[in-house]
Every structure is written in C-alpha cells, then in structure tokens.
Design a protein around this ligand. Structure first.
Ligand code: COA
Length: 182
C-alpha cells in the first residue's frame, strides 16, 4: 500500500465532505408578460417600489393597453425578478418607459440593460421615433443605465422638472431618438 502524502489526503477528505460552493443562479428568462403574471407582477412592483408601486387596477389596465411592451424576467420557479413597461402613443410616435426594475438580489448582472435593450428594439420595430422617461434626480444607477443607452436630459434646460409629480416630486425627463423609428 502506498502512503498518500498527508496534504493530498486532507485535500481528498475535504473535497468529499465540504459542500460544493453555491453556484450563481441561472439567468432568468426574458419574455412578454402574460395575464397570469399580474399577481406576481404586482408583488414584484410592491417589493421594489413600495409606496409608489402601481395599484392593482392600474397595473391591470396598463397590461390591457401595452401587453406587447410589458416584458418580464421569469426565474422559472413562479417568481419574476424584473420587468420593463413601455407605453406607446399612436399620434406623436412617442413612447414612454413607465416602469423598470430588477430585484435587489439580481442587480448588476446586466439584466436591467437587457430589459431596456429588448423593449427599445420592439419600440423601434413598431415605429416609435422618440422614447421618453422620468427618473428621480438622485437615482444614479438608473440615470447611468439610461445614459449608457443614449438617453439625454430633455431640452430645454437640463431635463429637471420641479414638482413634476406634485409638490417635492421633482423628476428628470430624459429622451432618446430611435433611428429607423421615423
Ligand atoms: C436601475 C436598475 C433597473 C438597474 O438594473 P441592473 O440589472 O442592476 O442594471 P445592469 O446590471 O444592467 O447595469 C447596467 C448599467 O447601469 C449602471 N448601473 C446599474 N446599477 C448601478 C449602480 N448601482 N451604480 C452605478 N451604476 C449602475 C451601469 O452603467 C451599468 O453598466 P455597467 O454594468 O456596464 O457598469 C435597478 O438598479 C433597479 O431595479 N433599481 C430600482 C428601481 C429603479 O430605480 N428603476 C428605475 C426607475 S426610473
């Protein structure tokens, strides 16, 4: 019988007994929302946006109006990990991003960018010429994401609209021209 060096023997044992390190969860599937997603979508919206989450009735009607531009990140276990919602207008060919989020545990993995890129692709395809959105002036993460996608503060001024959503609710309005959407 050959003696195994102590170091290697320990290494063996440890590998046998030590639990394998937890691997990264698989990336969620990006897909168009379905009617059956609405309760989970509302839960997700409340988890991220808390007191400014959409009320259930409004989320329902936004779904009825804009389902093809409501995209979700589906974990495959009944949980949604993010969504983006865009609203189109028929006459001016403007669209608005009305909601974007990724759950805290899944941030900084490119999912917010993925949601935005996919919805922008769909908006371009359906003839949108300009996409607009509002963002809290202190929301650095979202502003950096939007800027990296080409959004700029809307003129005139620096995009800052005091009291946009009521007293003390300032917002930055940003916009993006979609080449080929004209
Ligand atoms: C904004 C939000 C959707 C970004 O989602 P995300 O999946 O973490 O973003 P990504 O990983 O795709 O990051 C894309 C880019 O956004 C910027 N960014 C995102 N989070 C950032 C952070 N915490 N700090 C600095 N930059 C950040 C970076 O430019 C990043 O690009 P990089 O990774 O190449 O540096 C997410 O932070 C969120 O859900 N926030 C709460 C809800 C919210 O504020 N929604 C927007 C309302 S207008």
């Amino acid at each position: 019988m050959t003696a195994e060096p102590l170091e290697r023997a320990l290494d063996h044992d440890e590998r046998l007994t030590r639990p394998t390190p937890l691997s990264e969860p698989p990336p969620p599937l990006l897909r168009t929302a379905r009617e059956s997603d609405l309760p989970e979508l509302q839960r997700l919206d409340e988890e991220v946006f808390r007191e400014v989450a959409y009320p259930a009735f409004l989320l329902r009607q936004l779904y009825d109006l804009y389902a093809e531009h409501l995209l979700v990140l589906d974990d495959g276990d009944g949980r949604l990990r993010g969504y983006v919602l865009a609203a189109t207008t028929a006459i001016s060919r403007d669209s608005w991003i009305l909601g974007l989020c990724v759950t805290e545990d899944r941030r900084r993995h490119g999912l917010g960018r993925e949601l935005m890129e996919e919805v922008l692709k769909r908006l371009r395809r359906c003839g949108t010429a300009r996409v607009r959105l509002t963002v809290e002036p202190a929301n650095g993460a979202a502003i950096l994401l939007y800027r990296s996608l080409g959004f700029c503060p809307e003129q005139p001024g620096d995009g800052l609209r005091p009291d946009y959503f009521g007293p003390g609710e300032d917002r930055l309005v940003m916009c993006l021209a979609l080449p080929g959407g004209d």
